[in-house]
Design a protein around this ligand. Structure first.
Ligand code: NDP
Length: 508
């Protein structure tokens, strides 16, 4: 029997809370409320637990990338301000923080973690308004993980001797931390939690497009009664980041951002004796074998590249599919892509929000055009984009060759390149054919194959039958152009300690 008539679709009953119209399953808007948050019209630099204007007084405007409306003005730090912030942090390290026993430092970290949990809704809304990420992600991923980092490192603060047996762990002093715009609060937590747990003080520079949750965090610092000067936050352009990392009284540098800037920082501080961790770009391979559970893999692929609009250093931007399952997988992937909801980041149903800035959107558009020009085939679902704001349709390319720019360069947007392979050896060779080495994913039912792939792949993190999973206890970091050093876990703690002294005892 053949069906000649489409089944009738009726509007959903009003009680389902769905919008009317042809498609009974069209979602009604579900925007998160914003009346419970307060964004100040202007933020000064946060130095010594006080907000102070920059000297000379200068500001720049921060906008909402989903509406292009201004959100606040923030201070534009000068070179002298960097000096003030570092001096304040240094004095706080000398006079109070480094002298405090670990168990006392831990109490402050626990307090910060609990306040982050209590104020999680406020943080999630401000994060989405400022960065463009969907509220369901800031609410369910960014903010809880940020709190989890403080809880985790609170636990280590009084156990440094146990974490590093046979060493005499010592705090370094002032840590200069420069963070990007893709996970503003989470990157702050990755940087500040281990640093202060280890007894250092910090000066942190958020990205210029996304400083608002950092300044909200400054309020948490005061609420937690952290001694003045332990956490300092300054805003300003890239040059100010460079001033900060070069400052002679800084003992440790932690940077997350582009490979180009990471290299500049490494060159600038070479020979200074400063400890450094660099977490840079990526071009991760997500490899699907023919025995993988395809529906589960589809969710992992979607999460791997469209989570946070693909603005993720470890995004699974190169999908390698074993040839025998290429066609069914692609059909499923396209169908799933068409269900993604692009739009208002504050809507609880939104899957893909706004790109963080006009500049980043232009970069994504340019690379996508290069894919078309170089002969790859583009697929985008027919979704409507909001008229204002920096939005981009979730995109996938097929017919991609390894030499295409879209297969080589970090796009940092919702754009997936699909390639194929026949044997595990071919998959390994192709996956490692990149200057980056941050992360990778493997989808297969065979445990032995997972182990083989994991050991052969030049990537700091390899996920098996999942993707983009983060946990404060796991170290994270890269190979090759993706940087060096690890954040998270004990490794991330060690990066903030001077471990050069041995205590002469064994097996403690
Ligand atoms: P950047 O590397 O320029 O920015 C990251 C941070 O570094 C920001 O706080 C930025 O400040 C600061 N910064 C910029 N220039 C300097 C400098 N010379 N010295 C010290 N600090 C500096 O990244 P972009 O925002 O320009 O993004 C460009 C590309 O980088 C993206 O398309 C993506 O491919 C990659 N990227 C990777 C990230 C990752 O997580 N690995 C994160 C962000 C970007 P300011 O914001 O004021 O410029």
């Amino acid at each position: 029997m053949t069906l000649t008539k489409k089944p009738e679709t009726k509007p959903a009953p009003a009680s389902w809370g769905l919008a009317g119209g042809e498609n009974p399953w069209e979602y009604a808007p579900a925007p998160e409320a914003t009346d419970h948050i307060r964004i100040e019209p202007e933020y000064g630099l946060f130095i010594g637990n006080e907000f102070r204007p920059s000297k000379p007084r200068k500001t720049f405007t921060v906008i909402n990338p989903a509406t292009e409306e201004p959100l606040a003005k923030v201070a534009h730090a000068s070179r002298a301000d960097v000096g003030r912030a570092v001096d304040t942090a240094r004095e706080a390290h000398r006079s109070s923080w480094s002298k405090l026993p670990g168990r006392e430092r831990a109490k402050y970290l626990y307090r910060i973690a609990r306040i982050l949990q209590e104020r999680s809704r406020e943080f999630a809304v401000v994060e989405s308004m400022n960065s463009g990420k969907p509220i369901k992600e800031s609410r369910d991923v960014d903010v809880p993980l940020a709190a989890a980092h403080f809880f985790y490192y609170a636990g280590w603060a009084d156990k440094l001797d146990y974490a590093f047996p046979n060493r005499e762990p010592r705090s370094i002093g002032v840590a200069a931390q420069v963070i990007p715009w893709n996970f503003p609060l989470l990157m702050l937590a990755w940087k500040i939690a281990p640093a202060i747990a280890a007894g250092n003080t910090v000066v942190l520079k958020p990205a210029s497009t996304t400083p608002l949750t950092a300044y909200l965090f400054a309020d948490v610092v005061r609420q937690a009664d952290l001694p003045p000067g332990v956490v300092n936050i300054i805003t300003g352009p890239g040059e100010i980041g460079m001033e900060l990392v070069r400052h002679p009284n800084v003992g440790k540098v932690a940077f997350t951002g582009s490979t180009a800037v990471g290299k500049m920082i490494a060159r600038a501080i070479a020979g200074s004796g400063k400890k450094i961790t660099l977490e840079l770009g990526g071009k991760a391979a997500n490899i699907v074998f023919d025995d993988a559970p395809l529906d589960q893999a589809i969710e992992g692929i979607i999460n791997g590249i469209y989570f946070n609009q693909g603005e993720v250093c470890c995004a699974g931007s190169r999908l390698f599919v074993q040839e025998s399952v290429y066609e069914p997988l692609l059909d499923k992937l396209k169908a799933r892509l068409s269900t993604l909801r692009v739009g208002d980041p504050l809507d609880k149903n939104t899957d893909v929000g706004a790109i963080n800035s006009a500049g980043q959107l232009a970069k994504v558009q340019e690379l996508v055009q290069s894919g078309i020009d170089e002969g790859a085939e583009i697929f985008q679902p027919a979704c409507e984009l909001p008229e204002k704001g920096f939005f981009f349709r979730p995109t996938l390319f097929t017919g991609v060759s390894q030499s295409h720019r879209i297969a080589q360069e970090e796009i940092f947007g919702p754009v997936l390149s699909v390639l194929t392979f026949r044997t595990p050896e071919e998959a390994i060779e192709k996956a490692n054919n990149t200057p980056y080495g941050l992360s990778a994913g493997v989808w297969t039912e065979k445990g032995s194959r997972i182990f083989k792939m994991v050991s052969a792949m030049k990537a700091g993190v390899v996920w098996a039958n999942t993707f983009n999973r983060f946990d404060p206890t796991s170290p994270f970091g890269g190979y090759k152009e993706s940087g060096y050093g690890r954040e998270g876990g004990i490794h991330g703690l060690g990066a903030y300690l001077d471990l050069s002294q041995t205590n002469g005892t064994h097996g403690r």
